[in-house]
Write a protein that binds this ligand. Structure first.
Ligand SMILES: Nc1ncnc2c1ncn2[C@@H]1O[C@H](COP(=O)(O)OP(=O)(O)OP(=O)(O)O)[C@@H](O)[C@H]1O
Ligand SMILES: [Mg+2]
Length: 502
């Protein structure tokens, strides 16, 4: 087999050289580049099996914006390779954001060589399996539908909500779903806002009409109007033909405005008029048209804070949030983890056809329950997909889940480590120990003082988890199919059983 080609994008020559040396030793061919522009040019010219890209290119900024922009552009190119991003240890949020935008994994600097090589091998393996699978799916329309998240059981897909924290969500969906009331769906990334929008639409009398989604975060100022209102031929240079806007497309159905906080102020006024009157003109036309839409919107931002900061119009907020549906982060509803894991296990087993794979072993279940899930339900979905792909035997092991993979690396032995890096290493060991010894968790987490709160011990969450592990393990022993593939019975009295809406 010809050697696999890996693109290395970093503005620091020392980093490029170190990675290059490491990967070359393992037989990989590398192409180093030092800027976003060079990265894009290289990918258009040559085919790569994997790309490592740094998130910061201008030394004096740490926002990562340049890297995130690069990631977006890169992934939109035809034949883009899977991307692993590189971040400084302190910027886990940035890494999570990059994963949300399509990066496959991240490594933190300073890195562990073994960790980098393991990441490379895993990503190359996964992308080979994905490519094989894409070919199979292209031949099978039914599977393709599943892959788009359109579960066969209903238009909203399966919605798993078993925790007490999700009860208000279910109640709100049941009560306002059938109405035409505007609903603002809020929650962190990956908590299920998009899925909730599909559920609300599916519960309404408009369910046979279209649900039209617009990602407001992805609309540049120029195309905002044309996208929402449509345009007529000749309205601007590129307007070669008439175009129907999303608002008009949604006539009689539901319009879902995703990432609503990202609409610039100038456009918020236009949007408000549209929502208040239902009237609009296609760009380049003076004819006023009207459409009847039910409005759903979603954001991970705090819109009230955005209003207070003068970045979001208050009148627009009032137009959107007649009803607010708040999706709690996954770390606040650990009772949902087993049912969600079982749900995703089924989905990926069907997709990747692994008949031998029965479920998760006890350590894997414990790993799921002790993880903090900064990427919420989407992260769990990805972890299960990865595990289904990588599991070699008849059960998924903790290592297959790849959780905290960056924490699990052995501690560096290398010299020349800066002081602040060393303290990070100490945190890393402490966190590792807390993961391995649940009972000592509180003390260790307290000792790991400067580790971010979100990764630290959550007294509220842990006690029921131990119980959950026990109940899942018991159910696993009892059931012949084994493991979490057979969802455990409801854990405590007063909690609703696993709720699966059509
Ligand atoms: N309660 C749930 N039951 C089953 N699947 C879920 C649930 N919540 C989320 N998912 C699945 O998790 C993934 C992420 O959900 P979704 O895209 O709706 O999140 P989101 O909040 O819109 O994320 P973002 O802020 O990044 O847009 C999807 O595949 C979705 O189907
Ligand atoms: Mg979404």
């Amino acid at each position: 087999m010809p050697s696999r080609r890996i693109l290395l994008a970093d503005d620091q020559a020392a980093i490029r050289d170190a990675l290059r040396f490491l990967l070359k030793g393992e037989g990989y061919a590398t192409t180093p580049v030092s800027s976003p522009a060079e990265t894009l040019a290289a990918i258009q010219k040559e085919e790569f099996d994997l790309a490592f890209i740094d998130l910061n290119y201008t030394r004096d900024t740490t926002s990562g914006q340049e890297g995130l922009d690069l990631l977006g552009k890169l992934l939109s190119l035809e034949g883009a390779p899977p991307v692993v991003v590189m971040t400084a240890w302190a910027t886990v949020d940035l890494a999570v954001e990059a994963m949300r935008r399509g990066a496959r994994d991240f490594i933190q600097k300073p890195w562990e060589n073994a960790r980098v090589l393991a990441t490379v091998r895993t990503q190359l393996e996964l992308s080979a399996v994905r490519r094989r699978n894409e070919r199979l799916e292209a031949e099978n329309g039914i599977l393709r539908r599943e892959c788009e998240g359109d579960a066969p059981s209903g238009p909203g897909g399966d919605f798993v909500a078993r925790s007490a924290a999700m009860r208000p969500v279910l109640e709100t969906v049941a009560s306002v779903g059938p109405s035409a009331a505007p609903v603002l769906i809020t929650g962190e990334n990956g908590t299920g806002k998009g899925l909730a929008a599909r559920l609300l639409h599916a519960a309404s009398s408009r369910k046979d009409k279209p649900l039209v989604s617009v990602n407001m975060g992805g609309l540049s100022e120029n195309i905002f109007e044309s996208e929402l209102f449509g345009h007529v031929k000749g309205a601007f240079t590129d307007a070669k033909a008439d175009r129907v806007g999303r608002f008009e497309l949604a006539d009689g159905g539901t319009l879902f405005l995703d990432e609503i906080a990202n609409v610039p102020l100038a456009q918020q006024a236009k949007l408000l008029r549209l929502l208040e009157t239902g009237e609009f003109e296609r760009v380049g036309s003076s004819r006023t048209q009207k459409a009847d839409v039910r409005l759903l919107s979603a954001t991970n931002a705090d819109l009230r804070a955005e209003v207070a900061a003068g970045r979001f119009r208050q009148d627009l907020l009032y137009r959107l949030n007649t009803v607010e549906l708040r999706l709690p982060p996954l770390r606040d509803r650990p009772e949902d983890i087993p049912a969600l894991a079982a749900h995703f296990l089924q989905k990926h087993l069907a997709r990747y056809r692994k008949p031998r794979l029965q479920g998760l072993d006890d350590q894997a279940v414990a790993a799921l329950l002790s993880h903090d899930w900064p990427g919420n339900v989407r992260e769990l979905d990805h972890a299960m997909e990865r595990a289904v792909l990588l599991a070699a035997g008849d059960a998924i092991r903790a290592a297959d889940l790849g959780l905290g993979a960056n924490l699990a690396a052995p501690v560096a032995s290398g010299g020349g480590m800066a002081l602040e890096d060393m303290s990070l290493e100490v945190d890393k060991i402490l966190i590792l120990q807390t993961r391995e010894a649940p009972r000592g968790r509180a003390n260790h987490a307290a000792a790991a003082g400067n580790w971010r709160d979100r990764y630290a011990y959550q007294p509220r969450a842990w006690a029921p988890l131990a119980e959950e592990v026990a109940s899942v393990a018991a159910a696993k022993r009892a059931a012949s199919s084994g493991g979490i593939a057979t969802p455990a019975p409801p854990r405590a009295a007063g909690l609703p059983a696993a709720t699966v809406l059509p």
